[in-house]
Design a protein around this ligand. Structure first.
Ligand code: FMN
Length: 183
């Protein structure tokens, strides 16, 4: 319930490298198909490195008039989830499990974040010098959340698009339980 997607942060609140390591340790202990454990991670919590990552991310596709968090509200840290193709060519759903473990851990530590799949992967690989045998799967943006997010039921039209009200509160429609359990 507490672990929502956040896209605006108190950028000045530092997330320490040691905190990122602890969060990756939760992913390390999570389930992995055939126990192959092909995932690798790039950590970033310094402003200079964060600034290299930010321009390559796509934010909130449904909020058409919002280009992403402004300077001062950007993530304080990132964890980039990679697949080491030397270990496994296809990664199954390990990265989703890892991402959720990391975000649940972050929530427990008073942080929050966003899984980002809209990534300019080739450009990001280049600026971070990520080895060619590693495929960029997901970027996790992390920080101290600076926005309120509420969940609500889908409206009568069944619209799943999240939206932001005039107070800046972010609304996330969720399908109701009885509509997703078939039997
Ligand atoms: C695989 C995956 C990729 C996502 N990619 C993006 C993205 O590129 N940009 C973004 O702003 N949010 C992204 N999200 C966040 C979703 O928009 C968010 O989970 C959804 O709106 C529901 O909100 P909630 O996480 O608070 O329940 C992604 C989520 C997942 C699971």
């Amino acid at each position: 319930m507490k672990n929502r997607t956040y896209r605006r942060f108190y950028q000045e609140v530092v997330v320490e490298h040691q905190m990122l390591r602890k969060l990756v340790d939760l992913a390390r202990l999570s389930a992995s198909a055939a126990n192959l454990q092909p995932l690798k991670y790039v950590l970033s919590c310094e402003p200079q490195k964060n600034a290299l990552i930010f321009p390559h991310l796509g934010w909130a596709g449904y909020l058409k008039d919002w280009q992403g968090p402004c300077e001062g509200e950007r993530p304080s840290a990132y964890i980039i989830i990679l697949n080491d193709t030397r270990i496994s060519q296809s990664v199954d759903c390990d990265h989703g499990i890892a991402a959720q473990s990391i975000l649940l851990g972050a929530t427990e530590k008073g942080l929050g974040g966003c899984m980002i799949g809209t990534v300019q992967r080739q450009k990001l690989r280049k600026v971070l010098d990520i080895p060619s045998y590693c495929e960029i799967l997901l970027v996790l943006a992390l920080g101290k959340p600076k926005e309120q997010v509420v969940i609500e039921n889908l409206d009568a039209a069944g619209d799943i698009k999240y939206w932001r009200d005039s107070d800046g509160k972010h609304h996330v429609p969720k399908r109701e339980l009885d509509n997703i359990i078939l039997d």
